[in-house]
Write a protein that binds this ligand. Sequence first.
Ligand code: GLC
Length: 558
Amino acid sequence: MTLGTTREAAPSTGGRVSTDWWRSAVVYQLYIRSFADGNGDGVGDIPGIRAHLGHLVDLGVDAVWINPWYPSPMADAGYDVSDYRAIEPAFGTAAEAAAMVGEAHAAGLRVLLDIVPNHTSAQHVWFRDAVAGDAAARARYIFRPGRGDGPPNDWKSVFGGRAWTQVPDGSWYLHLFDPGQPDLDWINAEVVTEFESILRFWFDRGVDGFRIDVAHGLAKAPGLPDVGDEPEELLSGGHRPDHPFWDRDEVHEIYRGWRRVADSYPDPKVFVAEAWVGSSERLLRYLRPDELHTAFNFPYLNAAWDAAALRSVIDDSLETFSTIGAPATWVLSNHDVVRHVSRLGRPHGDGGRHSLATLPPVETLDRELGTRRARAAAVLMLALPGSAYIYQGDELGLWEVEDLPDEVRQDPTWERSGHTDVGRDGCRVPIPWSGTAVPFGFSPPDATAAPWLPQPADFSGVTVAAQAADPGSMLALYRAALHLRRTHPALGGGGEPAWRDAPDGVLRFDREPGFSCIVNLSAAPTALPAGAQILLASAALTAAGELPVDGAAWLQLA
Ligand code: GLC
């Protein structure tokens, strides 16, 4: 393993000894299937991660969140877990996982895993016993008799189709996602105990925390009432009070128990919630001092490329999170949404629609524009106080691969939507590391299989190797920004941002000491404050020394 340059501890976090490193951490989301393939079977794995930890160190992130790596039939890319205490054989072994955690720690990186508590795999021993008729096992899931010939209620799966599947004895089980993902019944004390034990299992192995999958979905309304006529997209939640399955108050008792487990460790363990809820007020409930540490800021991900929209979501986020003493978080992309280069490069810099099914057609995409905006978006995000998430490939400026052949699509959304929604495969295409031909260093030269999703030929220009050698690349921009974030006293945990007057469509905020961030979302170049020294810029200044349209810069004020 090559580990690149030695890291300096961020002034605000003090490195690994700090107990609140997560308050200003930059976390790299590592989608294991697509990160790096060590054994040549076309699927990313733990040996691949170990061989490329140096990339994360060189990039300058503080932590890595690894998407589910547990044994899984892969009905939903690993979000259908059949054994929460083991490693999927296609990804590696328990020994390799332990070695990886140790190596990451030695390199100064914290390790977060992904826990999937809303549902297990249909191949989990609990569910197999349940289908075989074991009453105790059945009581851990949500089995109900049908209503007449039909399912127990009108709930729809977020992947399309109904949320109920019938088993041979005629009863139905609930699955808010794929039929291969039966929902657990969190009323059942065995479920509660089991998940606290799973947390301890990984904490005892040195893992630093968890991202909680569908954190807003675990509790279901007593009696499972009909939901009525409401669209249920994957990334929805809490649109109305007392929703029968999203963001119910009962989920909070679960997280109080989890927090007690986390706090029983001397080196504190942290949680980040995936909670798609209706308002900041609802999100705050997850962040009460005896619950979770952080939550993804999806309103920020959803914001359009528009100065007023961004300013309002930044203000709202900072205010909301601070009322409860939680750090704000920032995120632009993840494995469930269209990559932001391809969202921002569409008319109006569409932020909010993250499914290809609802975005304007690919013919309207200007990828160069999207890339320019993505550079500015990174510069803006990394200047904000709190913690930020980078989805693997963001640092390379990867775009959504929109022309995957139908026969390779694996996201269950594609089948379950009756081929009306292509789903999320386009943001999950394997990373290009080096070289000029497929598999671009993703798999070793003697690989026996092609990458699990085909990479487009134009990945050739954006490999890690190509970008590392190019000071104007997206990778160079991310590395420079993350280095400054560690070393500049105003960044990371520095002063609160203060907005400064700026022309219409231009955002400018200062942070003490002496730092300013300026983002030009207007239609004309904009002047920089007099005497300011440029620390970093997403684009070259104009001949007149102005910041171009869709450019962003960090400045040292005179
Ligand atoms: C979360 C995951 C997504 C998965 C779903 C069901 O939203 O991020 O990838 O399909 O939960 O587990």
